[in-house]
Ligand binder design. Structure first.
Ligand SMILES: C[S@@+](CC[C@H](N)C(=O)[O-])C[C@H]1O[C@@H](n2cnc3c(N)ncnc32)[C@H](O)[C@@H]1O
Length: 209
């Protein structure tokens, strides 16, 4: 029997990192042309606008980089050397073809990361902190690999933010972070599938102390 092509509902209902690996292996080659175009996927652009407005340069980690849409949207890309981290080698392969990233890091954000402490000046993400994907526990490891003073700009699906306790996690991280701002933005455009047209994301920006 022919399998249903991947879509947002199948992505939101994933349960495990292994499910993510399997779904994105199938989705990598059509993700930009099908999902991103049809849903008028705006989130990478919104995250990029916040990064572009910050006073930061140097090494950047794109967390759950997927096919590289976030790096593509950055106007000030030349300020950064960007590494793409993702659990899916197929998504990373598409991202690397775009020649925007220095290194592809195949890693699972729910496990120990193969990265040194204090490596990055900026840690950014679009579309990865969402239903069926990655929760707030990953923030500890991301803080570990960031330099002191590093900028974070992380988009978190607004429902996921509430149901997975991101507010409580930010409260716990209080002594380790500074200048926390929460930006409430639309994820998709007005012509997207009506079931998701109004989905929102909280983009959390902060600095590591
Ligand atoms: C919806 S896509 C977002 C991709 C890209 N940042 C964007 O905005 O288009 C989510 C990405 O998270 C990755 N992902 C899911 N679970 C992960 C995990 N446990 N560790 C690392 N990456 C993961 C997927 O492989 C996928 O590329």
């Amino acid at each position: 029997m022919k399998r249903k092509p991947p879509d947002l509902d199948s992505a939101y209902s994933l349960q495990t990192p292994a499910d993510n690996r399997a779904l994105y292996a199938d989705w990598a080659n059509s993700y930009d042309s099908s999902f991103a175009v049809k849903m008028e996927y705006q989130l990478p652009q919104r995250v990029a606008e916040i990064i572009d407005a910050l006073d930061v340069s140097g090494r950047m980690l794109d967390v759950g980089a997927g096919t590289g849409l976030l790096a593509e949207c950055l106007e000030n890309r030349a300020r950064f050397e960007i590494d793409a981290l993702d659990i899916s080698p197929q998504m990373l392969a598409v991202a690397m073809q775009k020649q925007l990233y220095q290194n592809a890091i195949e890693a699972d954000l729910t496990q120990a990361l193969p990265l040194k402490d204090g490596t990055y000046d900026a840690v950014v993400s679009s579309g990865t902190f969402t239903h069926g994907h990655v929760g707030p526990d990953a923030l500890d490891a991301l803080l570990r690999v960031a330099k002191e003073g590093a900028c974070f700009v992380l988009a978190i699906n607004a429902e996921h933010y509430g149901s997975k306790g991101f507010a409580a996690k930010f409260a716990l991280l209080g002594p380790a972070i500074d200048q926390l701002h929460l930006h409430d933005v639309a994820i998709y455009g007005s012509s997207a599938d009506p079931a998701h047209r109004h989905d929102r994301s909280i983009i959390a920006s902060f600095r590591k102390l």
